[in-house]
Design a protein around this ligand. Structure first.
Ligand code: ADP
Ligand code: MG
Length: 382
C-alpha cells in the first residue's frame, strides 16, 4: 500500500477539499465549491471533490450529513446554491438531469409501479428517442447483466427487494451513462442479501468500467466496495482516501469511531519531531505519526485487532506501547474474542483471533496490552 500518512491526512490541509491528487488518475468530474442551502440549513457546505474516471467512490456519513443532497446535485435533480461542476472542462451545474448522461439509482429504487420490468428499464431509452428495435436489445442486455432477463414481463410489486434493486440498476445503466449514481442502493435489503449484492455491484463495476458514485451510511459497505471513500459530516468532507488508509489512519476521533471500533487514548504530546510527535502515555515515551501540533493534550487511535494480550510483563522494547491492565470482560464474537480491559491509560478493547489465542484471557486477569507504535496514530479532536 502506498504511503498515505502524508498526502491524504496532512492536518492543516483544507479538510473540506476532498481532492487527493494522484499522478495517474484522470479526473472525470470536478465538484468545485458546491453549496446547497435550504433556508438557514446548509445541507452541503462548500464541497470540493475530484471524481476520477472509472473509480468506485463512496460518500459515507451519518444520516443528515448531506450525502443525498450532494448526489442529487451531481445528478441534476437539485440545483446548487453556489459552485461549479466541471465535466471535461464544461460546467454541467446548470444542466437538467437528462442532459448529463448520468444514471441514477434512487434511495428506495423508485420503480414506476404501473410499468412492467421491461418498460421500467426501457423508460430512459424512450425519453432519449431510441428506436424500438434497439430498445428491445438494450433492455434485454441490461436485464441480463443483473440476472433479471427472465422477469421482463413482471410488475414491480411482484418482485422481491433484491430483484427490484436489480431492475433499478438495469434502468440506470441501460443508456450507458458516463457516471452511475447510487443512493443507498442496498439500504432496503436484509443483511445476507446486502453482502452478496455488494460483491455483485463490485463485479459489475469492474465489468463495466463506468465511474460509480455511491452513497451509504454503512461503513463496512463503503470499505468493502469502494476504491475511495469520502467521509462526510454536517455537509462537509472530513476525510477522503482508500478504505484501508482511512481505517488505519483516521484523521480525527469522529472518523476513527465512525469506521469501526477504535481505542481513543488520552496522552500528552511532549514535542514535535518532523512529521511525528513525541508522546507520553502510561509512563512511556513513543514517537507516533498523525496529526502533529503543539505540545499538550493528544488523542491516540489504536484499532483493537492491533493489540495483543500478554499474560506476563513483556520485556521493555523500543517501538512498542505496553499498558498494564485488568480484564473487565471477554466476549466471544465468532472470529475473535473481544476483550475489554481497564488499564492505567483508561479503558482499552483488544480483539484476539480465536484461532491464534492460546490462552484466552479471563475476567479479572492481570494482563499487558501490547502493540507496535506503527499501529498507534495521533488524531485530532472533533
Ligand atoms: N428539500 C429539503 N428541504 C429542507 N432541508 C433539506 C432538504 N433536503 C435535505 N435537507 C436537509 O439537508 C441536510 C442533509 O440532508 P441529506 O442530504 O438528505 O443527508 P443524508 O443523505 O446524508 O442523510 C439535512 O439536515 C436535511 O434535513
Ligand atoms: Mg440520504
Amino acid at each position: 500500500m502506498r504511503d498515505v500518512s502524508k498526502a491524504e491526512n496532512a492536518i492543516g490541509a483544507a479538510a473540506n477539499h476532498g481532492d487527493s491528487l494522484n499522478g495517474e488518475a484522470k479526473v472525470l468530474l470536478s465538484v468545485r465549491n458546491i453549496i446547497k442551502r435550504y433556508g438557514s440549513v446548509v445541507a452541503v457546505d462548500n464541497i470540493c471533490l475530484d471524481i476520477r474516471e472509472g473509480e468506485f467512490l463512496t460518500l459515507l456519513g451519518p444520516s443528515g450529513s448531506g450525502k443525498t443532497t450532494l448526489l442529487m446535485m451531481i445528478a441534476g435533480f437539485v440545483a446548487p446554491s453556489a459552485g461549479e461542476m466541471l465535466l471535461g472542462g464544461a460546467d454541467v451545474a446548470p444542466l437538467p438531469p437528462e442532459k448529463r448522461n448520468f444514471g441514477m439509482v434512487f434511495q428506495g429504487y423508485a420503480l414506476f409501479p404501473h410499468l412492467s420490468v421491461f418498460d421500467n428499464v426501457a423508460f430512459p431509452l424512450r425519453v432519449r428517442g431510441v428506436e424500438k428495435v434497439a430498445i428491445r436489445e438494450k433492455v434485454l442486455s441490461a436485464l441480463k447483466l443483473v440476472h433479471m432477463d427472465a422477469y421482463a414481463e413482471r410488475m414491480p410489486k411482484a418482485l422481491s427487494g433484491g430483484q427490484q434493486q436489480r431492475v433499478a440498476l438495469a434502468r440506470a445503466m441501460v443508456f450507458h451513462p458516463e457516471v452511475l449514481l447510487l443512493d443507498e442502493p442496498l439500504g432496503a435489503l436484509d443483511r445476507q442479501l446486502r453482502a452478496s449484492l455488494q460483491d455483485e455491484l463490485k463485479a459489475l463495476h469492474r465489468r463495466l468500467g463506468t465511474t460509480f458514485v455511491c452513497v451509504t451510511h454503512d461503513q463496512e459497505e463503503a470499505m468493502s466496495m469502494s476504491d475511495r471513500v469520502v467521509v462526510m459530516r454536517d455537509g462537509r468532507i472530513i476525510q477522503v482516501g482508500e478504505p484501508a488508509a482511512i481505517y488505519q489512519r483516521p484523521r480525527s476521533r469522529f472518523v476513527a469511531n465512525f469506521l469501526g471500533e477504535s481505542n481513543l487514548l488520552d496522552a500528552t504530546a511532549v514535542e514535535k519531531d518532523g512529521q511525528s510527535s513525541v508522546i507520553e502515555i502510561a509512563g512511556r515515551r513513543l514517537i507516533v505519526d498523525g496529526a502533529v501540533s503543539d505540545p499538550g493534550k493528544a488523542s491516540l487511535s489504536v484499532r483493537p485487532e492491533q493489540i495483543s494480550i500478554e499474560h506476563q510483563a513483556p520485556a521493555s522494547a523500543d517501538g512498542e506501547l505496553v499498558i498494564q491492565g485488568n480484564v473487565a470482560d471477554v466476549t466471544f464474537v465468532g472470529a475473535d474474542y473481544r476483550v475489554q480491559l481497564n488499564t492505567e491509560a483508561g479503558p482499552v478493547i483488544a480483539r484476539c483471533r480465536t484461532s491464534e489465542q492460546i490462552r484466552v484471557p479471563g475476567q479479572g486477569d492481570q494482563v499487558w496490552a501490547r502493540c507496535h507504535t506503527s499501529a498507534v496514530w495521533r488524531v485530532v479532536n472533533d
